[in-house]
Write a protein of this length. Structure first.
Length: 104
């Protein structure tokens, strides 16, 4: 494969070449991944299994946490009590309310 003589290309042409190369790399990675996935599916099917049987179910193992607090001004806004306090909780606490006042 003959490579272009990049030493004579302008900065814009080099940037375009980089973009095209990155796009080609991503396309080839997707194609390789798809081909490998089909190969694995075929091998699993040959053994009478599915990929889920072999690899386990994909997805989050975490359970969704129910909200514990609700904004009285806007009931659509809730908070589980985990992580950073939402701004509406901070504002309510500054105004003198207690966290128990916001409990569902």
């Amino acid at each position: 494969m003959a490579l272009p003589n990049i030493s004579k290309l302008s900065v814009n042409e080099l940037n375009q070449l980089i973009k095209e190369a990155q796009a080609t790399i991503e396309k080839r990675k997707r194609e390789q991944k798809k081909a490998l996935l089909e190969k694995f599916r075929a091998q699993a099917a040959k053994e009478g299994l599915s990929l889920d049987d072999v690899l386990g179910k994909a997805g989050s193992k975490r359970k969704k946490v129910s909200p514990k607090y609700r904004n009285p001004a806007d009931p659509a806004q809730t908070w589980t009590g985990r992580g950073r306090k939402p701004l509406w909780v901070v504002a309510a606490l500054k105004s003198g309310k207690k966290l128990q006042d916001l409990a569902i």
